[in-house]
Ligand binder design. Sequence first.
Ligand SMILES: *Cc1c(COP(=O)(O)O)cnc(C)c1O
Length: 386
Amino acid sequence: MTTTAEKPIAFFDMKAQQALIRADIDRRIAAVLDSGRFVVGPEVVELEEKLAAYAGAAHAIGVSSGTDALQIAMMAEGIGPGDAVFLPAFTYTATAEVPLVLGATPIFVDVEESTFNIDLADLRRRVALVKAEGRLRPRAVVGVDLYGRAADWPGILQLCAQEGMFALDDAAQAFGGALGNKRLGAWAHATACSFYPTKTLGCYGDGGAILTDDAERADLYRSLRQHGEGKSRYEVLRTGMNGRLDTIQAAVLLAKLPLLEDELAARDRVATQYAARLGSAVKTPATLPDGVHAWGIYSILLESEAQRTRVQAAMQARGVPSAIYYPRPLHHQPAYAAQHQGCLADGPPPLPVSEDLCQRILCLPMHPYLDAGQVDRVADAVLAGL
Ligand SMILES: *Cc1c(COP(=O)(O)O)cnc(C)c1O
């Protein structure tokens, strides 16, 4: 039971981190106020250099959100009507929203129960179905590094090379993550990052970035985030958008970036402790042997929806927060269900793993400032509800 002496447990925690760097953040924001360069000021340029260096990508382009990062990357490829964009059915809505906004057709792909990421065999099958039907052109795969775990990038890239498709990494939950000796940002043709406050690197509002090794793509991204401008401000070469990163948000991110490595290590400690406490009672997420799991979100898999309801109630009774990412697969969302049914003339194959995960997944508090006692209290609450 919660006593007043116990430290409250936050699901995400931005206050503990802020206390460490508040003076630096105040100083950096004051510098922006003094300079008055609020839009693509020097802090944005400095941040772009640091993000690229950190991720091991040649170019980083600061943009207004993770969603806009996805959109600008797809606009640069000219993705639109008649194009099929393959993406997991078990992800955040933004991944699917962007191809629809551009007039393209999202094709939902099932995920693997063991990694929560796109299932390559199912991806191949759906690409083959779209090709056989000949109505849509397979154009892009959006691999999502769900919960901070890298998708199977070697496999996705191989298929994309074979089929002439664009490989876009939705790394919104995984900034700082790595696969093999390469960080996310250096794998796909382009990588979309989100700096929404609760992500592994978060600002104090909306922000994002696109990482790429390709200089031509980088130039296009810079143009598209600024209304499609050319060399001069008032030459418009293409239809773009207002998708720039705020200077004040860049200043916040510059203060936070130096903490990231220690924070990733702390997240890994929390994940290790959860696995030790809960691994024999519930299904805890598989670790990533060859890489860095960024642990943006920590999820356990329960036996049934009924068991999940019991565990959530036990956690709530002990003042421990929990969340469900995601309660519905995207193909069951009212906004997408009809287009999903119509994306193939004979109807799309089922998506059983995505549907099942939505019934049984449960996400536990995860942030770098959870101490061992707090993790124990979360684990005790979960065990009490089984
Ligand atoms: C957060 C998130 C996004 C969107 O990022 P915003 O910065 O909120 O626009 C996209 N995809 C995934 C998987 C996310 O978790």
